[in-house]
Design a protein around this ligand. Sequence first.
Ligand code: AMP
Length: 209
Amino acid sequence: MKLIFLGPPGAGKGTIASRISKDLNIPHISTGDLFRKAIKNQTELGKKVQQIIESGDLVPDALTVALVKERLNNPDVENGYILDGFPRTIKQADSLESFSKIDNVINFVISDEQVIQRLSGRRMCKNCGEGYHIENMKPQKEGICDKCGEELIIRPDDTPEAIKNRLAVYYESTAPLIDYYKEKGLLLDIDGAQEVGKVAEATSKAISK
Ligand code: AMP
């Protein structure tokens, strides 16, 4: 099954994708994670995109599409995949269509107030990237990752200015994809404001229909 997870930043795409990918035994491909890994390793790509990502702007389409195209050449996508955070522009969606056929697009719906509440309390493991929230998804030990024991940090693009910019970028460039996929009959809306377990349950149900 080939799925796209769509929604504003903080809608829970990554958290739900990580659960559903285990259930379906298909890879969870997050362009944000791929870019953060490149930045951490200070690769050529990482150096190119670091500033863009920290400001909350979008990485140019050509770079992003090339990265995804390369990732989808990996044999582990044989039975499908979840794309989390890609496509984010109509141009990216058109390119994707030229090299892969999507089964469903899950659109996680949440309000701007919730986006701000979630992103401003979000924490991330600096080693493995696991996500937490200071109120809704606390680690067992404050400031420490449950999975690998490393320190939790605030993502550089979760600052108030970057959050504001990311929301504006979402409305300008990414939200038009809702109608784009609705017209193709692929869109499934999920209430992303519910508790994580319920969102995961609703998502599993929607894609099994
Ligand atoms: P995310 O982890 O999905 O919130 O992505 C973090 C950042 O990576 C975004 O704010 C963008 O700067 C960049 N990024 C991730 N996916 C894309 C994409 N499909 N197109 C352009 N930039 C992206």
